[in-house]
Design a protein around this ligand. Structure first.
Ligand SMILES: *Cc1c(COP(=O)(O)O)cnc(C)c1O
Length: 381
């Protein structure tokens, strides 16, 4: 297989059935058991072994640089299966201090209640990882690009640190996508995604995925088979179709995002733009070393932060929504949506001000997005 992404995305795990370019959808929940079928070979949708599930999981795993994969009914189902598959009561985890809200609630709530303890660390500061270590530490869980401030984790340090300390490394690669970061090629043990976002990319499927070595993915799949959050074959087929355009979509979206971020940075109404591709970003150098692109989400604040809601609501092309990664551009105020559940002082400490606006850039012509932003910034409010 050639190594270039756009070729691999089309040819990994394809032509599995009768040479069909589009894998048929196998809806059947009943599969005949030939004599001597081993327990492990029983086919059933919840056991995550139907063709539409396994083929797209294999494709995504290959794109992420791994040998094995699993798809799940949501990103949270992937995160839950991974954490309970890899860790046990008594284990201690190092978890990024700005991880996705659902992940944060899961680890400080459900997992802590079941005896897995957590210390929050700064993903961009390996010193904070060392300071958090305990004799019972077993894992490091980070997001390469965080939401909504787009902090960049020290991705090159993860594998050597975890190997030296005997930890398993897990990254949530949703924001970077395998287009810009392939965790398996950086020695990271497990990568997972909310495939609801860039991997599917068309705002019409909820899904998750996990990739890693055969042994680790088997451990996680064994738990997923019991937890029950398997991906419906129809959704798996849509996800599979969505992935085929991943490289084209995400690179185009990222180029538009950088164009829009640069324009905003030069606009008199803007106080600050958080985009790792801008030299003003505190981890711009780190981002350029470890990522082959900067993603298509960023955030910004206005000189008059009290106008944030009015500006966001005056946009005509950007839909006001908390999701991201689809073909249409979105805008949201995290303090009033994705991060509204956080205590105000925790939010302030994390740098998520009330006036911060998060943007997910889609596939519209970027000049139209600039015109829309210009009219919203100029609107009387
Ligand atoms: C959306 C998201 C999740 C959760 O995924 P769902 O598909 O909504 O369950 C996890 N991590 C990140 C970074 C996300 O953006």
């Amino acid at each position: 297989m050639p190594d270039r992404f756009d070729t691999r995305v089309l040819h990994e795990a394809e032509r599995c059935v009768e040479g069909a370019a589009s894998l048929p959808i196998f809806r059947s929940t009943v599969w005949e058991l030939p004599p001597g079928t081993a327990y492990a070979d029983i086919r059933y949708p919840r056991l995550n072994n139907l063709p539409n599930q396994t083929v797209v999981a294999r494709k995504i795993a290959a794109l992420e640089g791994y040998e094995a994969g699993l798809v799940t009914a949501s990103g949270m189902a992937a995160i839950l299966a991974t954490l309970v598959g890899l860790f046990r009561p008594g284990d201690h985890l190092l978890v990024g201090d700005t991880v996705y809200g659902g992940t944060h609630s899961l680890v400080v709530g459900e997992l802590a209640d079941r005896g897995i303890t957590v210390t929050r660390v700064d993903g961009s500061d390996p010193g904070s990882w060392t300071r958090a270590l305990r004799p019972e530490s077993r894992g490091l869980y980070l997001e390469p690009l965080t939401n909504p401030l787009l902090a960049v984790a020290d991705l090159a340090a993860i594998a050597p640190f975890c190997r030296a300390q005997g930890l398993l490394s897990v990254v949530d690669n949703t924001f970077a996508s395998p287009v810009f970061f392939q965790p398996g090629r950086h020695g990271i043990d497990v990568s997972l995604h909310s495939a609801t976002k860039y991997l599917n990319g068309h705002s019409d499927v909820a899904a998750g995925c996990v990739s890693g070595s055969k042994a680790l993915v088997q451990r996680i799949t064994n738990k997923a088979n019991l937890l029950g959050g398997s991906l419906d074959p129809q959704a798996a087929w849509l996800l599979h179709r969505g992935t085929k355009t991943l490289g084209l979509r995400v690179r185009h979206q990222a180029a538009s995002a950088l164009h829009v971020a640069r324009w905003l940075e030069g606009h008199e109404a803007i106080a600050r733009v958080n985009h790792p591709g801008l030299p003003s970003h505190p981890q711009h150098a780190l981002a350029s070393q470890v990522l082959s692109g900067h993603g298509a989400c960023f955030s910004f604040t206005l000189g008059e932060p009290g106008r944030a809601e009015a500006v966001a609501r005056s946009l005509r092309l950007f839909t006001y929504s908390a999701s991201l990664g689809g073909v249409e551009s979105l805008v949201v105020i995290p303090a009033k949506s994705s991060h509204a559940g956080m205590a105000a002082e925790d939010r302030a400490e994390a740098g998520i001000s009330e006036g911060l606006i998060r943007v997910s850039i889609g596939l519209e012509d970027p000049e139209d997005l600039l015109e829309d932003l210009a009219q919203a910034l100029a609107a009387k409010s």
